[in-house]
Design a protein around this ligand. Structure first.
Ligand SMILES: Cc1ncc(C[n+]2csc(CCOP(=O)(O)OP(=O)(O)O)c2C)c(N)n1
Ligand SMILES: [Mg+2]
Length: 324
């Protein structure tokens, strides 16, 4: 049973992370048009509660894998805004020296093991990592994040099958925005419920439609506990609304594949606004919330300026640590 203080502390931490991620992406939206960030952007806006809630339930030493849409996951796992912006600008100060860009974020020191632009391709790699962790008996859990479109790929099912057979310590997280670029699930699938199908495997599968980071944290914590007790992989399908277009920093309802009404329904429960309201309901003073927000904005602004003013790496560096 949580005391009120512990609950406020948890919700404060969740809000800190949600606000940090939103501020970082708003900074990208504000400056992307300057054309100095030479990387395609697949924005997380709308999905933040998933990465924040789940990473809060993981331990720092646990591993995560992501996709080309991993800003929220990277920041929730690493909290490293200096590295994040340096990589967006492709600068020497990033730990990847600008070789990854927005679509291939990576920070193994923080347990963020990698991300890939090839749909579903991180899933078998994550299963391999879970196999290595199991063999090493190091107690680490792997959480692999992917979109609903990735569940249309064979390697998702092959990895799920192998993980269930081998009882691997891995949590499959489907971040479900109902779209693969512009194509809805109803045009792509010969079944209706992903969780129903996944439940037939020897794993523990749940789904939820919420933008509440605390609810996602609670659900994930319980799921991880059950996974450990039953020695089975886990699967979570979490719905969210992708606020912006598939790629880029715009919102375009004229494109005609989704409605303003649908977006407005979701926006009423925006994860950042919802969490702010929750803090107020828990009795956390508005002045304190504003102070926290200013602190975060100043930190993000410092990381952004450092990245913008940093140098590019030497040409020779571009030949290192790449496969040719
Ligand atoms: C193997 C493969 N097929 C096709 C593509 C082109 N593609 C890029 S993103 C995408 C949609 C993926 O949708 P989803 O997995 O739901 O992720 P979301 O973009 O919604 O987060 C497609 C088809 C690709 N990158 N890789
Ligand atoms: Mg999708």
């Amino acid at each position: 049973m949580k005391t009120n203080d512990t609950r406020t502390e948890l919700n404060l931490e969740l809000y800190r992370m949600l606000y940090l991620i939103r501020t970082c992406e708003e900074t990208i939206v504000e400056h992307y048009f300057e054309d100095e960030m030479k990387t395609p952007m697949h924005m997380s806006m709308g999905a933040e509660a998933i990465s924040v809630g789940i990473c809060q339930a993981l331990r720092p030493e646990d591993h995560v894998f992501g996709t080309y849409r991993s800003h929220a996951l990277f920041l929730a796992k690493t909290g490293d805004t200096d590295d994040f912006f340096a990589e967006m600008y492709g600068k020497d100060t990033s730990s990847l020296k600008g070789k990854g860009g927005s679509m291939h974020l990576c920070s193994p020191d923080h347990g963020f093991m990698g991300a890939s632009a090839i749909v579903a391709s991180a899933i078998p790699v994550a299963a391999g990592c879970a196999f290595a962790n199991k063999r090493a008996n190091n107690g680490k859990l792997v959480a692999v994040f992917f979109g609903d479109g990735a569940a249309d790929e064979g390697c998702f099912w092959e990895s799920l099958n192998a993980a269930c057979l081998m009882k691997l310590p891995i949590l499959f997280v489907c971040e479900d925005n109902g779209l693969a670029v512009h194509t809805p699930k109803s045009c792509r699938r010969g079944y209706s419920s992903l969780v129903d199908v996944v439940s037939k495997f020897n794993c523990i599968a749940h789904e939820h439609k919420t933008t509440d980071a605390e609810a996602i944290y609670e659900l994930t914590s319980e799921l991880i506990e059950t996974m450990k007790n039953e020695q089975k992989p886990g699967f979570l399908r979490l719905e969210y609304c992708r606020y912006l277009e598939h790629v880029g920093v715009q919102q375009d309802f004229e494109a005609g594949y989704r409605s303003v009404e649908e977006f407005e329904q979701w926006y009423k429960f925006d994860p950042v606004a919802l969490q702010r309201k929750k803090l107020q309901n828990l009795g956390y003073q508005t002045d304190n919330i504003k102070r926290l927000e200013t602190e975060i904005e100043e930190g993000v602004s410092r990381s952004f300026s450092k990245a913008k003013n940093a140098s590019f790496c030497e040409v020779s560096e571009l030949y290192k640590e790449v496969l040719v």
